[in-house]
Structures are given as structure tokens and as C-alpha cells.
Write a protein that binds this ligand. Sequence first.
Ligand SMILES: Nc1ccn([C@H]2C[C@H](O)[C@@H](COP(=O)(O)O)O2)c(=O)n1
Ligand SMILES: [Zn+2]
Length: 166
Amino acid sequence: MIVRYLSWDDYFMAIAFLSAERSKDPNRQVGACLVSESGIILGIGYNGFPRGCSDDDLPWAKKSLTGNPLETKYPYVCHAEVNTILNTNHASANGQRLYVTMFPCNECAKIIIQSGVKEVIYFVEKRLDNSDTIYAASRKLLSMANVSVRKHQPEMSQILIKFGER
Ligand SMILES: Nc1ccn([C@H]2C[C@H](O)[C@@H](COP(=O)(O)O)O2)c(=O)n1
Ligand SMILES: [Zn+2]
């Protein structure tokens, strides 16, 4: 019998996708998975409000009806990449890889660089509103800091998880 098994890249990206499913952002769920040089998962995360800051008290809106930015999610939400790096359950190791479902913004790029990540593998580069500068700056910083960046090339087009006996 031939066993179909996941490549390492598909495995870690799938974990980033699964993690994204935890996000409560109604418009965009982003997930990430941080992996050591030797292939050990160091942390996973998704976009959400900081710990102790309830979704009941903060807005998920993209735009404010009154024009007040404090009535949108943007000043409050922690990006998936940052949560993943902060959730690390292991002393940081050199040569970390970060798998992320979306290309990192410039603010995340700074944290990625400073935390010692050496490679970013992203799934999609989505254009957010007025975001050209953000992503150009991110690419520039990652390149200057010698962080490799590559787009994930999936070997499997989908992974189905069924709960049940195996
Ligand atoms: N690399 C990224 C980019 C964005 N996010 C989060 C931040 C927000 O929750 C959402 C973007 O919302 P949109 O403007 O598309 O409604 O995605 C992230 O975690 N990592
Ligand atoms: Zn970001």
C-alpha cells in the first residue's frame, strides 16, 4: 500500500492554516508557524486582540462610521507573525523559519528580523488597502537583513482532516 504523507513544507504551512482558523477576524484570518533549523515547531499563532483584551469590548470593523480610527480593529490587533514569535515555547534557536499564510507587513518584518528568523515562507501576498508602501518596506528590510523569502509551493492541493477512528 502506498502511504501519502505530507512534505515538511506542506506540513508546517498546513499548521499555519489550521492556526488561522482560530482567528476571530471576520475579514481575514492569518496564521503562522515558527520552526527551528532542525524542524522542531517553536510556536504557532494567529491574528487577534492581545491577551485580556476582550473581543466583546473591541471592534473588528475595518472602517469606522464616524471616521474615528479607534473604532476599527487596526490599532488593537496583534498580527499572526508577532503572536507566533511571542508564543515561542523554546529558547530561541538560530536559523528559524517562519511559515505564514500571508506575506508579513513591515512592522512584523522588523520583529521577524530582530528575533533571528532566517527564512520566511508565505502562502499569499494579499494587497491590503493602501498597503504598497508597507509591503515594499517589508521586502526591503527582509532583504537588507538577509532573511530569505519564498512563496510556498504546495505539493498537495488540499488536506482533509476527519475526526474519527483511524
Ligand atoms: N501579515 C499580516 C497581515 C495582516 N494581518 C492581520 C491584521 C488584521 O487582523 C487582518 C487584516 O485585515 P484586513 O485589513 O484585510 O481586513 O490581518 C496579520 O496577522 N498578518
Ligand atoms: Zn504584520
